[in-house]
Design a protein around this ligand. Structure first.
Ligand code: HAM
Length: 426
């Protein structure tokens, strides 16, 4: 077999690439409309950026990181954006800037997972992170922003599931209750859940194993173990979401696959994606900075997977139309015409008009028109020796076949006018 890309990592090209670009453009715009500024961190980080923060018991740290050892440094390809983002915040003291600060990123992530539909080893995430603000309004803004990204693209078929993971005091109480609940049931639990019991019993709630479902269903719920302030925070988030017109359901089983969260946690779930149903997710992570030995930095954010977004758009028939071929195809008939069209093609491109000219100089009219059709051009500009002598060219509308003469010295103005006319009638 010829050489291939790595399993779970894909090339993007052609119509699929064009559709991605169109969607990316809209997502960038929604972030910018909400006042978020783009940030880019390197694809490689010191491994502790993730191992200290994401959680020793998580799949990411235990088995999914791509690691590289170089010059006595242990490095990892970024499996997620948030820990790297907070590393950058601390390094550049961005949390010292006054007031709430809003950032977003669009970056590839790497996780050594078993590839399947919607799950890859290289995948792209858009992420939004809001720091220096501990209020429930910030949580609701972040959820409303993710909701708006999907709505702006025309997606409707998803559910916003929110939960609270409590503050550290709530979690300590809840952990004890979970241990008391699961301990007598340990014999029935899956091997994964048994392993989780000692170190992270809350993660058992996230189990997909059939064997665990009964015990999970009957498990105590965090809502009964919240401190007053954690409860008040969650109530305010819900109130603000209602005010913002974001429909949601409270799902006590949302615990997230990363360890750095506290208080609000959420997932956007779609039934159009098969087994990998999470379109995006996030939550509050005020304590992440402490895992780097810093003071807490109030922070809340989310990430959405581009591959899953594209699958959902496809399933909802909301994929943006990829732009067709060039606006104009230049069809010179003979050497003299080609001499005129070569500089014209560059002048058109410089003025922002997309055009195509084939650099083979001996093609006849039939070949040129077939080529114009094949590349999807809206217009063809025909030029033979006779037209050169008259100082005109023939502009042919490829969809209705209509044609007219335009002055050879004013092609750019004429084509511009034609494009404008079309934009108005569209
Ligand atoms: P996450 O839930 O691990 O959160 O990932 C967020 C989203 O990335 C998922 O909902 C999914 O759409 C996509 N995703 C994850 N793994 C894969 C994969 N193997 N293939 C395709 N898509 C995938 C985070 O990464 C957190 N950093 C989110 C966050 C930001 N929390 C606070 N700020």
């Amino acid at each position: 077999m010829a050489i291939q890309s790595i399993r779970g990592m894909h090339d993007l090209y052609g119509a699929e690439m064009s559709a991605w670009s169109a969607v990316e453009k809209l997502v960038h715009k929604t972030f910018q409309d909400f006042g978020y500024k783009e940030i880019r961190t390197p694809v490689l980080e010191k491994i502790e950026v993730f191992s200290q923060t994401v959680g020793e018991d998580t799949d990411i740290v235990q088995k999914q990181m791509y690691t590289i050892d170089r010059s006595e440094e242990h490095l990892a390809l970024r499996p997620e954006g948030t820990a790297a983002f907070i590393r950058a915040v601390i390094q550049h003291q961005l949390h010292r800037l006054p007031g709430a600060q809003r950032f977003y990123y669009y970056l590839p992530m790497y996780r050594y997972e078993r590839p399947q539909k919607g799950r890859q080893r290289q995948f792209f995430q858009f992420g939004g992170e809001l720091i220096n603000d501990a209020s429930p309004e910030a949580d609701a803004e972040i959820i409303a922003l993710l909701d708006q990204i999907y709505k702006a693209l025309g997606l409707k078929q998803y559910e916003v599931r929110i939960n609270t993971l409590g503050d550290s005091e709530s979690r300590a109480r809840y952990r004890k209750a979970l241990e008391d609940h699961f301990r007598p049931l340990l014999g029935q639990l899956s091997e994964d859940s048994k392993a989780r019991f000692e170190r992270a019993p809350m993660r058992i709630l996230d189990s997909k194993h059939d064997a665990d479902q009964n015990a999970v269903k009957k498990a105590p719920r965090i809502g009964d173990y919240l401190t007053d302030s954690a409860k008040a925070h969650f109530e305010s988030v819900k109130r603000r979401l209602k005010q913002a017109g974001v429909a949601f359901i409270v799902d006590p089983l949302i615990v997230r696959g990363l360890d750095y969260y506290s208080l609000t946690a959420f997932e956007f779930v779609s039934d159009q994606l098969g087994a990998q149903s999470a379109l995006g997710g996030g939550g509050r992570y005020d304590g992440l900075a402490e895992r780097f030995g810093e003071k807490p930095i109030p922070a809340v954010g989310f990430a959405l997977g581009m591959e899953r977004l594209m699958l959902a758009l496809e399933a909802s028939e909301k994929m943006p139309k990829a732009p067709g071929g060039p606006f104009l195809y230049l069809a010179p008939l003979g050497e003299v015409a080609f001499e005129r069209f070569y500089p014209l093609s560059l002048a058109l491109k410089r003025s922002g008009l997309d055009c195509e000219l084939v650099y083979e100089k001996d093609k006849n009219l039939k070949w040129q028109l077939k080529q114009a059709n094949r590349c999807g051009a809206q217009y063809a500009l025909l030029l033979g020796e006779e037209e050169v002598a008259k100082g005109v060219a023939i502009l042919k509308n490829m969809s209705d076949g209509g044609q007219k003469e335009i002055a050879l010295d004013h092609v750019i103005e004429e084509i511009n006018a034609e494009q404008l006319k079309q934009a108005h009638s569209a």
